[in-house]
Design a protein around this ligand. Structure first.
Ligand code: AMP
Length: 187
């Protein structure tokens, strides 16, 4: 089963992805985590990534798509992909469709966790204390939210027409969101 978790920063995609990994024996594909790993390598690419991330901007499709491609082509992860934070733009969504169809796979569920701006700001401020992420300060959060609204909304229009698209209120408690996801998956 391949699943996309879609929504603004702080919507709870990572939390639900971790739950789904356990439930489905799948693999979480967090492009944010993959990019943070690249930064740790201290490479030239890592330097480009951190500049964009700390400015609340997207990292280039070229970098992100190449990270994704390696995972999709891995036969051990086939049909077990839990996407968290990818795709984030229409070109990434189209790239994903192409990569999946090239390997005879499809997306089985798209869950859109919808949350308002105020809830996001409160959640990310809390996460900053726990995870100490450099891009979790209020200014960067606001920029990330604006980037989401501009670039990620067209992805929403693209996916919302699909029959396996489900919108869930992301302001609910973690367990309530999990229950709603389960209700779709468990049929
Ligand atoms: P996340 O951990 O998903 O909140 O992502 C943190 C940051 O990594 C984002 O604000 C972007 O700068 C970058 N990033 C993560 N995923 C993507 C993506 N699919 N495309 C472009 N940039 C991304």
């Amino acid at each position: 089963m391949n699943i996309i978790l879609f929504g603004p920063p702080g919507a709870g995609k990572g939390t639900q992805a971790k739950y789904l990994v356990k439930k489905t024996n799948g693999f979480q594909i967090s492009t944010g985590d993959l990019l943070r790993n690249e930064i740790k390598k201290n490479s030239e690419t890592g330097k480009r990534i951190i500049e964009n991330m700390n400015d609340g901007k997207f990292v280039s499709d070229e970098i992100v798509n190449s990270l994704i491609e390696k995972i999709i082509s891995n036969p051990q992860k086939r049909e077990k992909l839990i996407f968290d934070g990818y795709p984030r733009s229409l070109s990434q969504a189209k790239n994903l469709e192409l990569l999946l169809s090239n390997s005879n796979q499809e997306i089985n569920f798209i869950f859109f966790l919808n949350v308002d701006k105020e809830t996001i700001i409160k959640r990310i401020e809390k996460r900053k204390i726990i995870e100490n992420r450099s891009d979790d300060d209020v200014n960067t959060i606001l920029k990330r939210y604006d980037t989401y609204m501009k670039t990620t909304k067209p992805v929403l229009n693209f996916y919302s027409k699909k029959p396996n698209f489900h919108e869930i209120d992301g302001a609910l408690e973690i367990d309530e969101i999990t229950n709603k996801i389960d209700a779709f998956i468990d049929v």
